[in-house]
Design a protein around this ligand. Structure first.
Ligand SMILES: NC(=O)c1ccc[n+]([C@@H]2O[C@H](COP(=O)([O-])OP(=O)(O)OC[C@H]3O[C@@H](n4cnc5c(N)ncnc54)[C@H](OP(=O)(O)O)[C@@H]3O)[C@@H](O)[C@H]2O)c1
Length: 326
């Protein structure tokens, strides 16, 4: 079979690799589509000086072509979506760090993928192959961050800074689906315009004085992945006892915060990463119920993976970047 391979020193290539069979508890999937995440780039950078040979890619969807021994919940030719969060079953049993498909384990930028049957769900019929293949990592992260950690409810006001991120777009859809009010920030007028079309209530330019504007209403929840560039501002606009949920560090790893500004208003600062099998299944039920579809930025044939990764590196995308296998 053919797959994208990342090798340290050599980088990425499209090559013929050995066709393996699933072991007990695994299924073999003929992939129809896969999705890119910024993580694909991080992981290659991390492994730059280590001896590795793997297929990148965390998101994907396809058809089961072989069942390993003992797999009973699925049958041949089932259409499935892959959950890239490995070895995490129940939401409350949080691992020390997420274990994610696609580096150093073999991922989805490939004609076939062998996946534990624990990590697949049936593809909802309303999603096309490409829609099903791009959503897993971001939608799962958004679901856990908003509902399990943030405890978002109908009528809450949510702030999503940096609507350019994939997770942010799902968070917007999920929050609107349950009747929450959503404000977003972006540095980019065009992204704000597109977000308005997707139903956001308040569109705030990142470099404007948006904190002064929002001081009156204040937010019940802030979903942060930007970190230090905006973190000090959150203190002015979060309601007392509000939840500040962080899942990323796009502008740096450290924040400088006065503890007094934290304990007087009794803010809850919560970290979150990916999600469990339990939450993945809940997320799929949720999007199926609300007929939520990913926003697609661009789609490339698998063989054009380099152009797809360049698009991700540019940071200009709005929505998901997908790969099609045929
Ligand atoms: N923990 C997890 O499970 C998990 C899962 C998925 C992603 N993540 C993390 O989530 C973050 C988002 O992913 P991504 O790939 O979409 O990240 P990204 O491209 O680095 O940043 C997302 C958005 O944040 C805004 N932003 C970035 N740097 C900024 C700065 N210095 N000042 C103001 N705004 C800034 C931009 O929004 P505008 O362009 O709209 O201004 C950008 O589009 C990353 O940190 C990623 O590692 C974590």
């Amino acid at each position: 079979m053919r797959a994208i391979i990342y090798q340290n020193q050599k980088g990425l290539s499209y090559q013929e690799i050995q066709n393996k069979r699933p072991e007990a508890g695994e299924v073999k999937i003929k992939l129809k589509s896969a999705g890119l995440n910024r993580r694909d780039l991080f992981v290659m950078d991390q492994h730059h000086s280590q001896k590795v040979f793997y297929t990148p890619g965390s998101d994907g969807a396809g058809i089961i072509t072989e069942l390993g021994e003992g797999v009973v919940d699925f049958k041949l030719y089932d259409k499935v979506i892959i959950n890239p969060s490995l070895d995490w079953e129940m939401a409350k049993n949080v691992p020390a760090a997420p274990h994610i498909l696609g580096g150093p384990s073999n991922g989805t930028f490939s004609e076939y993928s062998i996946i534990p049957s624990q990590n697949i769900v049936k593809k909802p019929a309303y999603l096309s192959w490409i829609q099903a293949g791009v959503l897993s990592l971001s939608a799962l992260t958004a679901y856990r961050a908003l509902f399990t950690k943030g405890k978002l409810q109908t009528g809450h006001h949510l702030l999503i800074p940096g609507i350019g991120s994939g997770v942010a777009t799902y968070a917007l859809f999920f929050a609107k689906a349950i009747g929450a009010k959503v404000s977003v920030t972006s540095r980019d007028e065009e992204k704000l315009r597109k977000t308005g079309d997707l139903g956001a209530d308040y569109l705030l330019k990142t470099d404007s004085d948006w904190t002064a504007k929002m001081k009156e209403g204040k937010f019940d929840i802030i979903l942060d992945s930007i970190g230090p560039a905006l973190f000090p501002k959150y203190i002015d606009v979060l309601k007392p006892d509000g939840n500040l949920v962080n899942f990323g560090a796009s502008s740096g790893d450290s924040i400088d915060l006065s503890l007094r500004s934290l304990f007087y208003p009794q803010f809850n600062i919560l970290g979150t990463s990916m999600g469990s099998k339990e939450e993945f299944e809940q997320m799929i039920q949720f999007i199926t119920h609300h007929k939520i579809k990913p926003v697609l930025d661009s789609v490339y044939p698998l063989i054009e993976f380099e152009q797809a990764l360049e698009r991700m590196k540019s940071g200009n995308q709005f929505g998901s970047i997908g790969l099609e296998m045929e």
